[in-house]
Write a protein that binds this ligand. Structure first.
Ligand code: GAL
Length: 941
């Protein structure tokens, strides 16, 4: 009796708790990053068998809902697949080959590699009972490319472009209180760009839970107008109702200042939108004396949108924004908050040394910070929408952005992609201009280009009237696109007469969307075409193109031009112009793929930045060149610079604005010294010393990254016995990490074909020739003889009503080798109630963690053909239509990776290290023949 009362009480309690939790949950929006613990395997572009027989069922996922087959099926066995965390780029993991794509940096993945162009990802998540009533969705920031997503076997949709973010509502398909499976099939067999684009889920994935009434996807749009130092902020929110509630809701919008203090709030009751409808609601705020967003002080405000239903909060959505004005003037260029500003920009793609396009957020900071250090204030996302994290960093660090859509056109594909980019990004104060295209050679000079631009431009304005529109144009100035585009985007002075265009279109502001396109190899001072070396002295890349200095002078001298964007800030994979294989990265960057500066960085820093600069090039290690003349250049913003070799003056020279200085110096080892003067006063000294041979490895963590997040960029260099850094060192260094892992290695050498990553190889080996024989009983002590001919194809024409008491099955699998260092697992799938497994005649036992997994020791395995036998009592059908498993499972072979290693290239290499989430520190060790090892301890912040 007592116990019954207690149980009742307990049940009431549980009921109350779950009601409470679910009521609580209803009030919150959860956005959970689900990057961790995915399973991955390659499929195949056209061999359906190698694509796990996906889309081959009698009823496909397009025939009957929920009929996702192969890996798309909820119960597909992915235990043998590789485990990984996102972001992930499978292209960067592959070796290089001349057969690879020039544009994509000769990686053996994607176009032309059908076995490395389809990637399958699977992840299991649990969704609690308490989430019933909430809207559940999956949010992808970007997948390269042509992804299909399935949830519990249900097909959710296809996203073609690799650059769009997308969301899928999965509420109807959820298994509450249990396991749910997300499956993504990625098809990277086509290229969207002519530059490296990676392959796979290379941006974040989130699980989102909201109330049925919620702020819609990209549902806030915040604009501001400034009058007499005060701002009027307009915040439009789009509210969606995916439920049946009818009645009033309260919308409360508040602004939090840069310190997080609420400074304004507005609330109103509105009628909830109807079922599956949206409604707009607009609040207006006065912000007195706002702290404006600008490049030095990127002040950010937050809008908090709170929705209440019957006084209970049901959604809370935060939007970061900035208050600032942007104005282009056809005579005077660009104004930010009323102040003239010259764009000192770079174009960039989204890949980095070692990690391809799978950039951890910390790397976005690293890269934008490097560009800022160079004095750059603007970034063009060439030629596609970036990941949201890049814009977040640009907002936070103060970097103006041209946000660019991928493809020009007027149809749903083009306009919808443009719309999604604008709606996703229009609250970022860093974004000052939309670009609706780049170098569309087929149309740019003609009437089709003009028509398309008119549509795209008008369409962009209809979504966001606050920003101008540009197109990067490389030919046909004065006609076609250039005759109608709002802001003329000149791609290269060499491509047309900019002044002549401007004289004809005097009302049209302009900027150099691409300039430079110069070639340089970091740390190389003599061009050597055999070695694919381009010297780092600034020079015309091609006869009709211009050097960085020529380009900048041209733009700096013309107030009507808002500034320019150099092609490019960083080297990138692909486009190894002026070379081809075995060069795999571009030569265009001011920095190499790692972010190590080439010498042009100091030219730009001198004239773009605010700090005093004095930089000598080249290094002074020229053994064998004694007595021969070497070009010595100095980049500086001092008024005068005097150069000395071993204390002997080589003359003082005056620096012209936006220039550099040159000396011809006969090489003698020793010290080259430059002294910089401003207004006659010595302000800076810089030396280049001839060093001894490299003796020690130096590891240095990028300070900012080390204290900010889990991913740290580490520079590897060598020093001589005096501790001088050796600029010519090319040693191969081996690395290992404890308390974390290495994500990638690089060195900025465009011809390096070394691995970017060293990761265990996971091979899946099928069991073939699967046959069966009836047994009178499941005697499992010894395996039945092989030698008779009563074996037949397994499960063929099986009469499930009259099965034998037991069966023995046999199959074969091939092993390329039988290395002791490999791990070989058999992931069995149940084909009987009781099973016993023999490999090459040896009975094997299941592992303790999974009774369907067998770890196969190398002493039971052979190189070449292996035989597997399974004795099983048969599974019985409950209903005639039950589909019985006939697949015995798969063999997984894990070949451990070699040690991480990389050669230094002209003194430098880079390692990207990720601390384990719970480790206090990561210890990185580096060693090489003939060098003292280096160790670096990176502690938790
Ligand atoms: C431009 C193009 C860039 C890049 C560059 C290389 O024409 O817009 O994406 O290809 O040339 O010089």
């Amino acid at each position: 009796m007592k116990s019954i009362t207690l149980n009742r009480f307990f049940l009431c309690f549980i009921f109350f708790i779950s009601f409470y939790i679910s009521a609580q949950n209803q009030s919150e929006r959860d956005l959970t990053l689900i990057d961790k613990d995915w399973r991955f395997s390659f499929g195949h572009l056209y061999d359906t068998q190698k694509d796990f027989n996906h889309a081959t069922s009698y009823f496909s996922y397009l025939t009957k809902t929920g009929f996702g087959d192969g890996p798309a099926a909820q119960n597909f066995d992915d235990r043998a697949w590789r485990k990984l965390d996102l972001p992930h780029d499978w292209a960067v993991e592959q070796p290089f080959s001349e057969k690879g794509s020039f544009s994509h940096g000769f990686k053996t993945a994607g176009k032309g590699f059908p076995e490395k162009s389809i990637g399958w990802y699977r992840k299991k998540i649990t969704i609690p009972e308490a989430d019933k009533g909430r809207m559940i969705s999956l949010k992808f920031d970007g997948v390269f490319r042509n992804s299909k997503v399935f949830f519990n076997g249900y097909f959710l949709g296809t996203e073609e472009s690799g650059y769009n973010g997308f969301e899928y509502d999965v509420t109807a398909y959820v298994n509450y209180g249990g396991e749910n499976t997300i499956v993504v099939r990625v098809d990277a067999s086509m290229e969207e760009g002519w530059f490296y684009e990676g392959a796979g889920i290379y941006r974040h994935v989130y699980l989102q839970k909201t109330n049925p009434i919620h702020v819609a996807v990209n549902g806030t749009y915040i604009t501001s107008e400034i009058q007499n130092k005060n701002a009027e902020v307009t915040a439009r929110v789009t509210i969606e109702n995916k439920g049946n509630y009818k009645g009033e809701i309260e919308v409360i919008q508040s602004i939090l200042d840069t310190e997080g203090k609420q400074i304004a709030t507005v609330s109103e009751n509105i009628t909830a939108p109807d079922f599956y409808k949206t409604a707009h609601y607009t609040s207006k705020f006065k912000v007195n004396n706002p702290l404006l967003w600008d490049l030095e002080n990127p002040n950010l405000y937050r809008l908090v949108t709170l929705i209440k239903q019957e006084r209970k909060p049901i959604d809370r959505f935060e939007t970061t924004f900035g208050i600032r004005t942007i104005k282009f003037d056809a005579e005077k260029g660009l104004f930010l908050n009323g102040k003239p500003i010259k764009l000192k920009g770079t174009n960039n793609h989204q890949d980095h040394a070692g990690i391809g396009t799978a950039l951890p957020d910390e790397l976005q900071y690293y890269r934008i910070k490097k560009l800022k250090e160079m004095g750059s204030n603007a970034y063009r996302c060439s030629h596609h929408p970036p990941t949201p994290e890049l814009l977040k960093v640009c907002d936070e660090l103060g970097m103006l952005v041209i946000d660019e859509t991928r493809l020009m056109g007027v149809n749903d594909y083009h306009l919808n992609n443009l719309k999604r980019m604008i709606e996703r990004d229009y609250n970022h104060p860093s974004v000052f201009c939309w670009s609706v295209g780049n170098e569309e050679w087929n149309i740019e000079g003609g009437i089709v280009g003009e028509r398309i631009t008119n549509v795209m431009q008008g369409f962009a304005k209809s979504i966001d009237p606050t920003r101008p529109v540009t197109v990067g144009i490389s030919s046909g100035f004065k006609t076609g696109i250039s005759s109608v585009v709002e802001i003329m985007g000149y791609n290269y002075m060499g491509n047309g007469d900019i002044d002549a265009h401007r004289n004809e279109f005097r009302q049209q502001p302009g900027m150099g969307t691409e300039e430079g396109s110069t070639f340089a190899t970091r740390g190389i001072y003599f061009t050597d075409d055999d070695k694919h070396y381009q010297s780092a002295y600034d020079k015309k890349p091609r006869p009709s193109f211009y050097s960085i200095e020529e380009g900048w002078k041209f733009y700096a001298e013309r107030p009507y031009l808002a500034g320019m964007f150099i092609w490019t800030g960083f080297d990138y994979r692909g486009e190894p112009t002026p070379y081809g294989w075995p060069s795999v990265t571009s030569y265009f960057g001011m920095m190499d793929v790692c972010g190590f500066p080439k010498d042009n960085v100091y030219y730009l820093k001198s004239w773009w930045g605010k700090e005093p600069v004095l930089h000598i090039m080249p290094h002074w290690n020229w053994a064998g060149m004694e007595g021969k003349e070497i070009d010595v250049w100095v980049h500086s913003n001092c008024d005068e610079v005097e150069l000395f070799l071993n204390k002997k003056s080589l003359g003082k020279k005056k620096m012209e604005l936006n220039s550099h200085l040159e000396w011809k110096v006969k090489y003698i080892p020793g010290t080259l010294e430059a002294i910089g003067y401003k207004s006659g006063k010595k302000v800076l000294t810089e030396t280049k010393k001839t060093t001894g041979i490299a003796e020690k490895i130096e590891l240095t963590a990028d300070k900012e990254n080390a204290s900010n997040g889990n991913v740290v960029v580490v520079t590897v260099a060598t020093t001589d016995k005096k501790g001088l850094y050796v600029p010519t060192s090319n040693h191969e260094i081996t690395f290992s990490a404890k308390g974390g892992k290495i994500l990638g290695v690089g060195n900025g050498n465009p011809t390096s074909l070394e691995n970017d990553q060293f990761i265990d190889n996971v091979d899946l080996v099928s069991i073939t020739n699967f046959e069966e024989k009836k047994l009178a009983s499941a005697n499992t002590d010894r395996i039945p003889s092989e030698g008779d001919n009563s074996w037949k194809e397994a499960f063929k024409d099986r009469d499930y009503k009259n099965q034998a008491p037991a069966y023995v099955y046999r199959g074969k699998f091939e092993l390329k080798n039988n290395l002791k260092t490999n791990t070989v697992n058999f992931f069995h799938k149940k084909i009987g109630t009781e099973t016993v497994v023999f490999v090459n005649g040896n009975k094997v036992v299941p592992s303790t963690e999974d009774n369907q997994k067998y770890v196969l020791n190398s002493n039971v395995l052979n190189q070449g053909t292996n035989t597997i036998q399974i004795i099983a009592t048969p599974l019985q059908k409950n209903k005639d239509w039950d589909v019985m498993n006939t697949d015995p499972g798969i063999i997984q072979v894990i070949t451990p990776a070699e040690s991480w290693k990389r050669k230094l290239f002209n003194g430098f290499a880079q390692i990207i290290v990720q601390k384990d989430g719970n480790a206090n520190e990561v210890v990185l060790s580096a060693s090489a023949n003939s060098l003292n090892p280096g160790t670096l301890v990176i502690s938790k912040k």
